[in-house]
Design a protein around this ligand. Structure first.
Ligand code: AMP
Length: 223
């Protein structure tokens, strides 16, 4: 099972993604997390990527595309959930070309829809668990409020991402996401067009519902 998930930062994409990952037991390949690992490990790739990430800009395609295609080959043999990639129209096309060349199908494409202002408020409240980045914590969302200053799932220490607290960086990220000509929504619509031709299945979810209602809607639509 191979799945792409789209949603603006702050849409609950990570939370829904971990549900999908559990249901199908596939590798969760998250471009942002791979970059953060490289930065933490002080690799050359991490050093190159950091300046772009800090500003909320996309890391250039000549770094990102080969990194993701190599990760899919390396870790994605039993199926994958790809999260955070593709993020622009070129990445969408290159991914489709690479998968088609290897006869690999995209079974589902999930898009979580959320207005830009709502997404921004949610990002500022987001907190990351030091033990597991998929433990959802957000000081502005009642259902996933942290336990004091600790992770609501495991009690781990919480921190916020520097690029989550910088309004200019959030603005840049959302400019890229909501760009329907070349940006991330253009990438999503590239796959929506393929779904209209019967080449994949496209699921749209309203990101303004509660986490549980989005989960239920999603699970009903997945085979
Ligand atoms: P995320 O964790 O998905 O919010 O990603 C954090 C940052 O990593 C983004 O703001 C970009 O700078 C970079 N990044 C993640 N995915 C991509 C991608 N597909 N293409 C280029 N840059 C990316």
């Amino acid at each position: 099972m191979n799945i792409l998930i789209f949603g603006p930062n702050g849409s609950g994409k990570g939370t829904q993604g971990s549900l999908v990952k559990k249901k199908y037991n596939v590798a969760h390949i998250e471009s942002g997390a791979i970059f953060r690992e490289h930065i933490g490990g002080g690799t050359e790739l991490g050093k190159k990527a950091k300046a772009f990430i800090d500003k909320g800009q996309l890391v250039p395609d000549d770094i990102t595309i080969p990194m993701i295609l190599a990760t899919l080959k390396d870790k994605g043999k039993g199926g994958w959930l790809l999260d955070g990639f593709p993020r622009n129209i070129v990445q969408a096309q290159k991914l489709w070309e690479a998968l088609s060349a290897d006869n690999i199908k995209v079974d589902y494409v999930i898009e979580i829809l959320l207005p830009r202002e709502t997404a921004k408020n949610r990002i500022v409240g987001r907190r990351l668990c030091a033990n597991d980045a998929n433990h959802p914590n957000n000081i502005f969302i009642d259902a996933i409020k942290p336990n004091g200053d600790k992770c609501r799932v495991c009690g781990g220490d919480l921190k916020s991402r520097a690029d989550d607290q910088d309004e200019a960086a959030i603005g840049v990220r959302h400019d890229i996401y909501y760009d329907t000509k070349e940006g991330t929504l253009a990438a999503a619509y590239f796959y929506k067009d393929l779904a209209a031709k019967g080449k994949t299945k496209y699921i749209e979810l309203n990101g303004e519902g509660s986490i549980d209602s989005i989960k239920d809607t999603l699970l009903k639509q997945l085979a």
